[in-house]
Write a protein that binds this ligand. Structure first.
Ligand code: HEC
Length: 198
């Protein structure tokens, strides 16, 4: 997982996501909390086009990523559109459906979401927080954007993708035993991988 890249993305997106929500009263507070949680959970890093290519398309914030993930033996998965568009996004999902996908990685049709979507981390969210995130996503303006796939492992994906690399047993991965260049910042992204601030 590209922790450094994701962390940078959070910094780049936090202000935008927070400005996007208005409202007052308890509904507004719930949406504000959801916006904050979505920003710090790095959802936009995967679910916004261009982020992985260093050119975030901020007018399509959370409307689906254009770089997929190959999970060896499982297939190729592109981060779907999280705006409430009825045809290409979460328009027909209830807030409870969205909260379940975030915390358990299960879609309303019962399909288990590929583990590249880090629901294992998000499982620790309270149901209330997951519902606040869902309310924020439902409050966004719907954007029509269909992401490719998902594709099986023998299919050819129609967009660019990165491959999720699993750890190898000790002794078979010399690159991993090389000393870190900067031990104080083991997560620092390679310069060419860092998205530029919009
Ligand atoms: C590391 C990249 C990554 C991050 C970070 C990420 N996701 Fe995802 N997400 C994915 C991918 C890839 C899929 C599609 C997996 C599949 O189809 O099996 C997905 C699927 C989903 C789905 C199901 C949508 C659908 O139409 O099937 C929802 C909802 C979702 N993510 C919400 C979120 C939220 C909210 C966050 C932040 C809390 C988040 N994701 C963070 C990569 C990510």
């Amino acid at each position: 997982m590209r922790g450094g890249v994701m962390a940078l993305g959070v910094v780049a997106f936090a202000s935008v996501s927070l400005v996007a929500c208005g409202g007052s009263g308890s509904g507004g507070d719930k949406i504000k909390r959801g916006a904050y949680l979505v920003a710090v959970s790095a959802c936009a890093d995967c679910h916004t086009p261009g982020v992985m290519l260093g050119k975030p398309e901020m007018d399509k914030l959370l409307a689906g990523g254009n770089v997929g993930f190959e999970v060896p033996t499982l297939g190729f998965f592109f981060p779907p559109n999280l705006t409430p568009d009825n045809e290409t996004g979460l328009g027909k999902w209830s807030e409870a459906d969205i909260a379940k996908a975030i915390r358990q990685g299960v879609r309303p049709d019962g399909r288990q979401i590929a583990p590249v979507m880090p629901y294992g981390w998000y499982a620790k969210l309270t149901e209330e927080d997951a519902l606040a995130m869902a309310a924020y996503l439902k409050s966004l303006a719907p954007i029509s954007n269909k992401v490719p796939g998902p594709f099986g492992s023998s299919e050819t994906p129609t967009g660019p993708y990165q491959t999720v690399v699993f750890p190898k047993p000790a002794g078979t991965a010399p690159a991993l035993s090389a000393p870190a260049t900067d031990p104080a910042a083991p997560d620092a992204p390679a310069p060419e991988a860092a998205p530029s601030t919009p």
